[in-house]
Design a protein around this ligand. Structure first.
Ligand SMILES: [Zn+2]
Length: 477
């Protein structure tokens, strides 16, 4: 990699609207409508190190991992922990040993939390996440995660859509709250969330054996207690928040391994990414980042961004991260089959491992890119004052930001204030302030990303004015 990549990037990128170039390209070539590299994509050329990582994802290994996980019968958080063949204890020991077998570079541990009885945790337990850490040059963290626990609230075969949320509770209360629930009932969880667990494990192997020297520390976690209310991820997130751990991103994957919806619709070519708003939240910034990087490294896969925290009335472990303002998203397959969730039918037969591998490649490309990039530049003072002004003339856009460790330069982004995605960008070099003459900060949104010497960009950090807090007007009696 050489720094000279930046100059042509910056030239090509300047001031071209996002939507124009790809349309022209596909019209000329007559090629299928795969996402083309955008004019001002994060890099206009792929980094061969990232391409090699993406190519290293093994569909066969993903299949073998999911098959093994489903073979534990159930991985319910409240299931047997002693058996060597069935239940969550056997499953987590196997995941732990797999992580250890991938590479001596991985620091593998059980992340234990003594959780008191509450809600769906109907007795005191030691809740155990399994963690594999690949140290980078800096301690800030990029997480790739899925939950290895499963659930079958009815403790019976079949069941169907009523297993997926409000309807079940409306029909007869929350079965998981009942002290007599059978936690040993079959809950193979091939897709929910054997798919996300396998993806996390496979990426741990690919990253740890890549030989790439990442700036950020990669953290691969398989959570427990998701089905009881995101308990394992929340216990972890509150612990790292208390320790003031810096988190650059969380790529959470939950139900990402089937291309056949329960309505019969097949879609093996797209994946949904949900992110909590508002539009300039760090979570939305991460979602846009993944879409752009995927276009560069996995152009055969379409990223469908969803401007909401998750599917209607449902959730996953990314919300434990957003609760502490750690940038986080969740990947969800294009079309779900609710008849194969939270019951004994979530089996390997319902999986599409080619599709799961594609989703793993998108995660690999974006996580590697963000881990190679510098940390996101701060666009406020240390006291939280937004460093965007109208400049000396009173009519300019004057941006300032704090330097990002290791950055070779910065790229500024902007768009009209009604638009929800960046429309223009400009590489501005190794500076920490930049002024656009006669551009209104009232009519445009601005953001800044840090760029490494080899062209990898951080998330874009937007200048957001604080919400005005209104006080009630005191009225005389
Ligand atoms: Zn799940």
């Amino acid at each position: 990699m050489s720094g000279s990549r930046l100059a042509p990037c910056a030239l090509a990128a300047t001031l071209l609207p996002f939507a124009v170039l790809p349309t022209v390209l596909s019209a000329q070539s007559g090629a299928p409508a795969t996402p083309a590299v955008r004019a001002d994509a994060i890099r206009v050329d792929a980094d061969p190190r990232v391409s090699a990582l993406v190519a290293g994802v093994s569909q066969e290994r993903l299949q073998a991992i999911v098959t093994k996980l489903a073979g534990f019968g159930t991985r319910s958080t409240l299931s047997d922990t002693v058996s060597t063949t069935r239940g969550i204890g056997a499953a987590r020991r196997w995941i732990h040993d797999q992580f250890r077998s991938f590479s001596p570079k991985l620091q593998v541990s059980y992340d234990r939390h003594p959780v008191a009885q509450h809600g769906r945790i109907t007795r005191d337990i030691d809740l155990v996440n399994v963690v594999a850490i690949l140290p980078g040059r800096t301690p800030r963290r990029v997480y790739i995660t899925g939950h290895y626990d499963t659930v079958n609230p009815r403790g019976t075969a079949g069941a169907g859509v009523n297993n997926t949320g409000g309807a079940a509770r409306a029909a007869g209360g929350d079965a998981q709250m009942r002290p007599d629930m059978n936690h040993d009932a079959d809950a193979p969880g091939a897709n929910d969330d054997g798919s996300g667990t396998a993806l996390t494990m496979e990426l741990a192997r690919v990253f740890a054996t890549s030989g790439v020297d990442f700036d950020a520390t990669l953290v691969f976690v398989t959570w427990a207690g998701e089905e009881q209310g995101l308990v394992g991820s929340m216990a972890h997130a509150q612990t790292i928040a208390a320790a003031k751990t810096e988190v650059t991103a969380n790529f959470n994957n939950d139900i990402v391994g089937s291309s056949l919806g329960g309505n019969g619709i097949i879609d093996a070519e797209s994946v949904r990414i949900y992110s909590l708003g508002p539009e300039d939240s760090p979570h939305r910034s991460l979602a846009r980042y993944i879409q752009r990087v995927a276009g560069l490294y996995v152009p055969s896969h379409t990223i469908r961004l969803m401007a909401r925290e998750d599917r209607f009335g449902r959730g996953s472990d990314h919300s434990s991260f957003t609760a502490f303002d750690f940038p986080a998203v969740v990947f969800r397959e294009a079309n779900e089959n609710y008849n194969r969730q939270h019951n004994s039918e979530d089996k390997v037969e319902g999986m599409d491992f080619r599709y799961l591998a594609q989703n793993a490649r998108v995660n690999a490309a974006a996580a590697a890119s963000i881990a190679l990039a510098p940390p996101v530049p701060q666009v406020t003072t240390d006291r939280g004052v937004v460093t965007l002004s109208r400049g000396l003339t009173g009519y300019d856009a004057a941006l300032q930001w704090q330097p990002s460790a290791g950055a070779a330069g910065y790229r500024v982004y902007w768009r009209p204030a009604w638009s929800n995605d960046w429309e223009k960008s400009q590489y501005v070099g190794h500076v920490t302030r930049f002024t656009f003459p006669d551009v209104s900060i009232d009519d445009h949104v601005f953001g800044v990303a840090a760029v490494s010497a080899d062209g990898h960009e951080s998330l874009v950090n937007a200048y957001v004015s604080p919400v005005r807090r209104m006080q009630p007007v005191p009225l005389r009696k």
